[in-house]
Ligand binder design. Sequence first.
Ligand code: WTA
Length: 657
Amino acid sequence: MSEPSEGLSNLLHEERRFPPPAELTANANYGAEAYAAAATDRLGFWDDKARRLSWATDWTQTLDWSDAPHAKWFVGGKLNASVNCVDRHVEAGLGDRVAIHFEGEPGDTRTITYAELGVLVAKAAHALTELGVKQGDRVAIYLPMSVEAVVSMLACARVGAIHSVIFGGFSAQAIYDRVIDADASLVITADGGWRRGKVFALKPVVDEALAKGTTGVKNVIVVRRGENDVDFDAERDVWWHELVDRQPDTHTAEAFDAENPLFILYTSGTTGKPKGILHTTGGYLTQAAYTHHAAFDLKAETDVYWCTADIGWVTGHSYIVYGPLANGATQVIYEGTPDTPTQDRFWQIVEKYRVSLLYTAPTTIRTFMKWGEELPAAHDLSSLRVLGSVGEPINPEAWMWYRRVIGGDRCPIVDTWWQTETGAMMISPLPGVTATKPGSAMKALPGVSVDVVDDVGTPVPNGGGGLLVLTEPWPAMLRGIWKDDARFVETYWSRFAAQGYYFAGDGAKKDEDGDLWLLGRVDDVMNVSGHRISTTEVESALVSHPSVAEAAVVGANDPTTGQGIVAFVILRGNTANGGDAQVAELRNHVAKEIGAIAKPRQILVVAELPKTRSGKIMRRLLRDVAENRAVGDVTTLADSSVMDLISSGLSSGKAED
Ligand code: WTA
């Protein structure tokens, strides 16, 4: 186990408390009694939450855990996720409520009501059926932030197909790997999307991916967005507007089993190969909807909600698509970046749509801190009511800034801890109940059971630190890793098999009140701007370059992105000189192999790497170097002079990018 990031561990004597605003407490969706109700009858509590959805057939058993760690929730129940997200609101007379305010980066807008969303989803579902997509088939979605991205996901859910959304920043290689692993038969993409004032290519990346080898892909649907030229394969490719627009605008949906797979989402683990995290329908939707309703205190009639995540990550799945739409919320979806055309774009959007619930990441908040208070101050942010944070630990300075500058010292902050694997929020304040502390996610939501344990699984006392575990199954839990059950059991359930705990991979502390402080990953997974990237993945990408003999990658503290990727490489004998051009080429090579998000912040060319006698690279020492600290204990190194060599090479500055 490597040690979690140091920065937060000394902050456990926080004296500041921010009690909830009185009028929020008075009208809160969830009061303190929710904790008591869940503690008295946990499964009954989840039954109640499941009943917030609309089921075609009731379940006969809440949880079947007899085949642990393989769970079945709401056994025998049947429902359709897309009906829950759309049709039932229209049937309830809410068809005219805005579901989506879409704001394109160039400033174009679209307003989609629930009734209109219903028509779009119906047409897209018919289109999938026309292309032969059936229940259980896999559909890869590689789209910009758009109405079509939401519609595509819901259309898959409607026909029982399993979507696998691939973040629009991923490379052709990453698409190919995912399409092969999931054996997708269809890809939905676009001719492009807007980013930083330019159209970025998507379709050519898909073309390149599918040319890498034989895949099961029969068709590619292409949304027109960028208005740029794309190559078309007449047999395989079809325009969205030609296929979807001509379909009937009503569609009768089948109800599927609660455990019918809903989606696969690939995420980084500790090895080079991304894991296909599998989620199913009933439990996932129950918890996504409940947590969105609880943590944001959503009032669907009046609130305007905005989650700034991309649909390519789990936050976009649970808190743009499934949670908010299942709750009948009105939300903003924004296509572009916060700095285009100007650095106050987010605050323009909040003002324009009167956003009341905002969900964003600490890295974004820290970026805004750099850009200065004047930008948000120039806008009317008085509509804001609750502010959410997700993706990485939020440092108290950023928390305080978020509260004061964005929230006008009036809005509760909900720091929500969860993972792709957990499917939905697990740890978060309740905005009408919790007196928050800057930097703490506080405690498990009602219905969720967590603890912090030592290496052998014994709970640590208040004031102690250790590993975060989930001690009871929860409805939105992953049901497996696609096609790799052994890895599922090994990764999450083997470390504390005796106790039956889920091992989250995060370090955490309990403060003197028992409130939780998340301290970052304890494994080789880095967290860069809230995105998970494994050190091994980047190392594999580097050594796939002909000039690299060996590579070691660490996540180093970064004031804005949380962690930054720092790579140490040994070059092959004669091929290389380690100059700027070569370092630049290696950075681009990583971007090409994985995606621009995985580009190392810094590549250091070294002659040796620090290894133990058994050959294990000591990343701890490399992290010391990357974070400009005195190098720690080197006694276990096979050759203790290696660190001197590395450090002296650095001070020459030769390898800096
Ligand atoms: C980290 C994102 C501290 C954590 C929803 C976790 C957090 C990983 C928080 C999952 C938070 C997420 N405080 N750390 N509020 N939220 N994390 O799968 O290390 O992209 O294990 O899911 O992000 O990242 P993932």
